[in-house]
Design a protein around this ligand. Sequence first.
Ligand code: PLP
Length: 391
Amino acid sequence: MELSQRLQKIPPYLFARIEKKIEEARERGVDIISLGIGDPDLPTPGHIIDKLAEEARNPENHRYPTSVGLLSFREAVANWYRERYGVELDPRTEVVSLIGSKEGIAHISFCYVNPGDINLVPDPGYPVYGLGTLLSGGEPYIMPLKEENGYLPDLAAIPHDVAKRAKLMFLNYPNNPTGAVVQPRFFQEVVEFAKSYDIIVCHDAAYSEITFDGYRAPSFLATPGAKEVGIEFNSLSKPYNMTGWRLGWACGRHDVIEALGRLKSNLDSGVFQAIQYAGITALTGPQDSLEEVRRVYQSRRDLVVDGLNALGWHLNKPLGTFYVWAPVPAGYTSESFAETLLEKAGVIVTPGNGYGRYGEGYFRIALTISEERIKEALDRLKRALGRVKFS
Ligand SMILES: *Cc1c(COP(=O)(O)O)cnc(C)c1O
């Protein structure tokens, strides 16, 4: 059976070739160190697990949940927004639970995009923005994120006729894969742009709590006028090491949240209530685990950045996310560099072109591995590469 045109448009999995090589190396008995995994290695805090265990035993939670989420979960999100950002949200109309934020990010296009419509998509970026756009029949219009612009899109470079046809604009700060952060001034420009072209802004704030050196990430929704033009996605996955639990939310502009809820109520039946109760505990309970998470990633970040700079890189320390984004040395492409590190050092990094064509010439390191293994990886890089050059 031929695949649908929709699915045929989805590019083949870019890391497939590297994965095959990893498999081969493992079979040869090579001790592989993976710096490629964007998934926290630390466990979910105990008090959150305890809440899940308790609620899992309550028969009231064994039934279908509502697809938009328990009101108490949505209230916990609204309270968190008030305390964290000073943003007021109506939990009944301006918050919807998600089966992880990825689910909502993939589905939002189905609410607004007709065949031939455009979504504005950052590149390099989290692949789901473009995938949701394609699956819903739309066309991604690439907004290049360039180092010289601090990995912010240049809104003035988006052609007038493209902006007029655009339905959604995806943004993500702190940014995966670049680690870039924003100042509130940029969000102001985004609100003005979105208002003048009638575009819905979808800000992905998955790393809002993973920040360093005292930097605090702003919410897009704290920008004056933002709630009239957009929504924000967030999730318990990264701050509370809960990627496997699948719990996130979208919040903001009420008709957009309503549309997403309407789609979801026809597609899925929401998140296991016991998980939602555990999510409430995560958001409202003690936050010392979050402090610890920041401390751990910051220390690993320093190790990686200092280690690479000692080999000849000139990297600044990213203020957010658990990634380090770095250029490949002269003479390499993203893929040839990743393959070289795998073959010569048994170290896996993610080739930057996996995040879009503007990621070509870069690689990403994830800080989701112990300092001991990071040190070992850096030693191996030193032996394999010596001192690196960039021109
Ligand atoms: C990890 C991640 C997400 C989503 O995580 P969920 O587990 O689906 O909530 C969303 N956006 C970015 C940029 C991410 O890296």
